[in-house]
Design a protein around this ligand. Structure first.
Ligand code: NDP
Ligand code: MG
Length: 398
């Protein structure tokens, strides 16, 4: 029987790649529900092609969408709205698989709802896990959800870990013969920029990643290396490993997507052309493998694989994220909230590129952390950090 899929964030870059895979394997998967935020026209096109049973949009977009549906004679598609709508489709009894591909903190509650409903959750929305790490992982365990990483690095690590890795205790220590995780980073478009050059980069330049085509927010995060910082935190939670056992390795070609080292001297790497269809297909079909249109790697065309240490003086975001992980509790949620505000401000030309980590650092210094005991406390810290970061942005006032 075919698997029923819900795509949270269908209009985004990951959402689109997911549709591509589902289309290629339409005998195995059907699109049950999709959600969008601002790109309503794109959503209508998706509805025409995939005929989902339910769509979710913000409440202020419902009338517009109804009008389009009427004009296009699209019938029998239920429209839900707002956060309640997102949660309802994420935990819907008819859904088997949830692709969590909303960007940012907005994805936290729907992703958690999918986990608590015991779904197979394909996790792209790393911010949700950064904010709620322990609670999300505990919920996945308690409700028997399959939380599978779509982020290419974490998907690579998952592929390189031993099969019995997840059967033992979660205590932060490497286990089952694993000694270290090597998290690779492309270094982004400004890898070799001086600090002076970094001060002058524009949003358009920051959004143009050399190897990956992605949404705006993650593109800027990749350029500041905050993406790697968020991924470091993501890896610690997904693989129950303390941050001291995760080394970030800059690898500009993005051919190796990450590695796992073992106590016997082995290093296993997962390699492939940089295309998110591979990790999406892997997580969707796991433990099976399904075909994608991604061409096999041609090693004769990729003769150089380079590696270097990240420079946390020019790219302090990575250091800030590692410190937030060390502090634990609400610190990662505060880091994430401040970063979302800073990136949005940079995209609107309100602050410069090098001010993004400054806003994050100052917010972390000003907002009191604490134990991340409940989702309410996490959401509260998120809100406080957003307003503090917003004020810092205003004070920087370009
Ligand atoms: P995009 O910006 O391309 O897409 C984001 C999606 O989320 C869109 O469908 C958007 O709707 C929706 N959305 C935005 N804001 C809200 C909101 N407030 N409430 C509900 N929905 C919202 O991002 P990406 O696809 O690039 O990234 C998605 C997630 O996956 C991010 O967390 C990112 O870090 C992660 N990821 C992405 C990778 C990539 O290659 N792109 C790689 C690894 C991880 P609309 O477009 O209609 O406004
Ligand atoms: Mg990644």
């Amino acid at each position: 029987m075919s698997q029923s899929v819900c795509i949270l964030g269908v209009t985004g870059s990951i959402g689109q790649s997911t549709l591509k895979i589902l289309q290629q394997h339409s005998e195995k998967y059907s699109v049950f529900a999709v959600t969008a935020h601002s790109r309503i026209l794109e959503l209508v096109e998706i509805c025409k092609q995939y005929r989902p049973k339910i769509v979710v949009v913000p409440s202020n977009k419902v009338d517009e969408l109804k009008q389009y549906f009427q004009n296009q004679n699209l019938k029998n598609i239920e429209i839900l709205s707002g956060e309640a709508g997102l949660i309802a489709v994420a935990e819907h009894t008819d859904v088997d698989v949830v692709m969590a591909a909303i960007v940012g903190a907005a994805g936290l509650l729907p992703t958690l709802a999918a986990v608590k409903a015991g779904k197979r959750v394909l996790l792209a929305n790393k911010e949700a896990l950064v904010m709620s790490g322990e609670l999300m992982m505990q919920a996945a365990h308690d409700y028997h959800a399959e939380l599978l990483p779509v982020d290419s690095e974490h998907n690579a690590i998952f592929q390189c870990l031993p099969q019995n890795y997840f059967q033992t205790e979660r205590n932060g220590q490497p286990k089952q013969g694993v000694s270290r995780i090597l998290l690779t980073a492309s270094g982004g478009p400004f890898l070799n920029h001086s600090f002076e050059q970094l001060q002058r980069v524009t949003p358009a330049q920051a959004c143009k990643h050399p190897n990956w085509s992605m949404g705006q927010k993650i593109s800027v995060d990749s350029a500041t290396l905050m993406n790697k910082g968020l991924e470091l935190i993501e890896a610690c939670h997904l693989f129950a490993i303390s941050e001291q056992f995760v080394t970030v390795v800059v690898h500009p070609q993005s051919i190796i997507h990450s590695m796992v080292q073992y106590v016997d001297g082995s290093t296993l790497a997962q390699m492939g052309n940089p295309d998110m269809c591979t990790p999406i297909a892997h997580a969707l079909a796991w433990p099976d493998r399904i075909q994608t249109h991604v061409p096999a790697l041609d090693l004769f065309m990729n003769q150089h694989l380079d590696f270097q240490e990240p420079d946390t003086t020019r790219f302090p975001a990575l250091k800030l994220a590692r410190q937030a992980m060390q502090s634990g509790g609400l610190a990662p949620a505060i880091l994430n909230a401040a970063n979302e505000i800073a990136v949005a401000a940079f995209l609107k030309n309100k602050i410069g590129f090098t001010e993004i980590p400054q806003v994050v650092e100052q917010t972390l210094n000003q907002v009191e952390s604490g134990i991340a005991e409940s989702i309410d406390l996490i959401l509260q810290a998120d809100q406080v950090a957003r307003s503090v970061a917003q004020q810092i942005v205003i004070n920087k006032g370009n």
